[in-house]
Structure formats: C-alpha cells, structure tokens
Write a protein that binds this ligand. Structure first.
Ligand code: ADP
Ligand code: MG
Length: 341
C-alpha cells in the first residue's frame, strides 16, 4: 500500500512537472486581422486562450473608436462634425492628447491632421496618384495640430471646419499598450505582441532571457539588426511598408506635413524603443520625417526614448541607452554603426 502511494505520488509529481513545463515553455500563438494589418499575439504561461480572447476584444473595441473608415467611430464623428465639439470616449481623448503632445515635441513632424494630404496621394484607397502642387497647397491649409481643441473635462474634441484626423500613425501603439495592461492584469503573463510591426513585450520570457527583436532591412525580409530587451515597446516606421512607383520614383505613405509630400529625410527606417507605446509610435513616424540631425536633437532634449535609424547610405545610428542591447545580424556586419550619446 505504502509503495502504491509512493508510486502514485511519483506519477502525480511527474504529471505536474510535465504540465508546468508545457505551460511555461510552449508558447500559444494566434493571428488576428484588424486595424488594417496582421496582429500576432504569442502567449507563454497560463490561460493563453483566455488572454488572447481578452486581447482580441480590446483590439476590436479600440478599432471601433479609432478607425477613420468606420462611419460610427469617434474619429469619423470628429471629422464629420468639424467646426463643432464632439463627445468622444476617454481612450480617444487620451490618444489625441499623446498625438498632440508628440506634434509639439517634434514641431509638427507627426501631425494627425495631415489626413487630407494622405488622401490626396491615394494612400487611403490604394488608388495612388502624384497630386499637383496646387492641390497639395490647398489641402495643406487644413493641416495644423494646433487647431485640435481637446476639452478633457467634457471628453469633447473640436477641429476647425474642413480639417480631418487620422490616427494611423499612433493607434497601433496605443492599442498594444492597452493589450499589455490587460494581459498584465490577468497575471503571470509572458507574451509578445506584433501589431503590424509594432512590437510589445509583456513580462519576462519564461527562461528569463531577454526578448530578441529583429529589425527589418528595408526591401528585403531579413533582419539587419537585433535588440535584446525586457518589457517595453519597439516600433519601426519605414517608407518600404506602403508605397507606389511612378516614372521610376517611389512614393511612400509617410508624409512630411511641412511639404505635403512623402518625407525625404535620408532615413529609410526608424525604430523607437519607448515604455509609452503610443508616444513611441508617434515618435517613430516623426523621426522618419525629421531625419537624423533633428532626431538626435530631440533625443538629447526629450530623453524618454531610444532609437535606431538606418539611412540611405546604410549607416546605422543607435542611441546610447540601447547600445548594449543592439547587434548587427549575420550578413549585415559591415554596416557602419554610429552610437549617439
Ligand atoms: P505604419 O502605420 O505603416 O506602421 P506609421 O506609424 O509611421 O506607419 O504611420 C503612417 C500612417 O500615418 C500613414 O499610413 C498615414 O495614414 C499617417 N501619416 C502619414 N504621415 C504622417 C505624419 N507625418 N503624421 C501623422 N500621420 C501620418
Ligand atoms: Mg507611427
């Protein structure tokens, strides 16, 4: 009898150990299509399906608020009623505040009111065209983040008549941050979220190693570098992500609000590491527009994010706070790297 209990105890122990091992080592992964992109959520540890279901609900909830193509979203409400205050959700107020703050920090390099110009180039419909300068100037008259009035007390927002907003440059960052918060509240979470190139790491990897994030080399599917990091957000913007070609010239989807044309700063890929994901998303777009020198000035002033910039001559600029986490990948070891203090 004693031996039976001994044996049973051993079997139970083995089963327990096996189930512990499976739960922590085997990640559970799901792909969701939302926000006009593919979202991959990988969860290690307990209750992965429940966690992914909760993340999924949050994505759908926020997409319904932020989508510019959904007629009943908060953003459509603001755009359709330009010139008047429109009541919106707390999430929309929070995201608009971050977007405007980022515009102030970057002197308008990111400006969510650039939407009329983005539309003119056909980036919203896929019916691409190079507009003439007269049309661009005309639409640029409606671009000015200073005319986004946020009444926080009444959860209301007003833009000037004719203006239109689009949260494409910031919504994914805000959303992945919210998912991270939900997963953390559910407890014991170790997860990685890839929201169309916005990476959010949640908790620690089960083996306690840092998360390894690859940064894509523009126009090929290889990683030119990797970062080894703990819990944070890593966001990359690049002209290679959406573009069209006309008469041998490539036009991409990140517009310099000061010209109304695709940004031409010499940067081909900008990555930001930031604990505030919505701000990081805004900044990655902004650095792409601003170029190397202005980005470095901002880094020295703001000091709340880290970056990797790849320029058109294959030179890589890495900010000092992530220099030890950064390495060039096989095949890209000869790229010149400059550490920015
Ligand atoms: P992606 O959404 O491809 O990851 P970004 O975060 O850089 O890239 O955002 C680019 C999107 O934001 C564009 O598709 C466009 O809708 C919008 N956009 C383009 N230029 C700007 C800008 N300077 N400021 C704010 N939004 C922009
Ligand atoms: Mg962005």
């Amino acid at each position: 009898m004693k031996r039976f209990f001994g044996l049973a105890f051993c079997i139970i122990l083995i089963i327990l150990c096996c189930s512990c091992y499976d739960k922590t080592k085997e990640p559970y992964k799901e792909e969701i299509f939302a926000m006009d992109t593919v979202i991959t959520i990988t969860v290690y540890g307990e209750e992965p399906q429940e966690k992914i279901a909760a993340a999924s609900r949050e994505i759908k909830r926020l997409e319904a608020l932020f989508s510019v193509t959904n007629e009943s979203s908060d953003i459509s409400g603001i755009n359709k009623n330009s010139g008047e205050f429109v009541k919106v959700s707390d999430d929309t107020v929070a995201l608009l505040k971050t977007a405007v703050e980022a515009s102030e920090l970057t002197d308008g390099a990111i400006d969510i009111s650039v939407y009329p110009v983005v539309k003119l180039w056909g980036f919203t419909t896929g019916e691409y065209k190079v507009p003439d300068d007269k049309h661009i100037t005309n639409k640029r008259n409606f671009v000015d983040y200073k005319k986004i009035i946020i009444d926080e007390k009444n959860s209301s927002v007003k833009i000037e008549k004719g203006m239109e907003l689009d949260l494409g440059a910031v919504a994914k960052g805000y959303t992945s941050q919210k998912i991270k918060n939900i997963l953390n509240e559910m407890g014991n979470t170790s997860a990685i979220i890839n929201l169309g190139g916005n990476i959010e790491t949640v908790g620690k990897k089960p083996d306690e190693d840092p998360w390894t994030i690859g940064i894509q080399y523009p126009n090929d599917s290889n990683y030119f570098s990797t970062l080894e990091l703990g819990e944070t957000s890593i966001i990359t913007s690049g002209g290679y992500q959406r573009n069209f070609e006309e008469n041998g010239i490539v036009y991409h989807h990140i517009i310099d609000p000061s010209t109304g044309k695709p940004a031409d700063s010499g940067i081909v890929s900008s990555t930001v590491v930031c604990d505030n994901s919505a701000m990081g998303d805004a900044l990655s777009t902004a650095l792409f527009v601003m170029g190397k020198d202005k980005s470095i000035d901002l880094y020295r002033k703001y000091n709340n994010f880290e970056f990797i910039l790849l320029d058109e001559n294959d030179k890589v600029y890495v900010s000092k706070g992530i220099k030890d986490s950064f390495s060039l990948s096989q095949g890209y070891k000869d790229l010149e790297v400059c550490i920015v203090e």
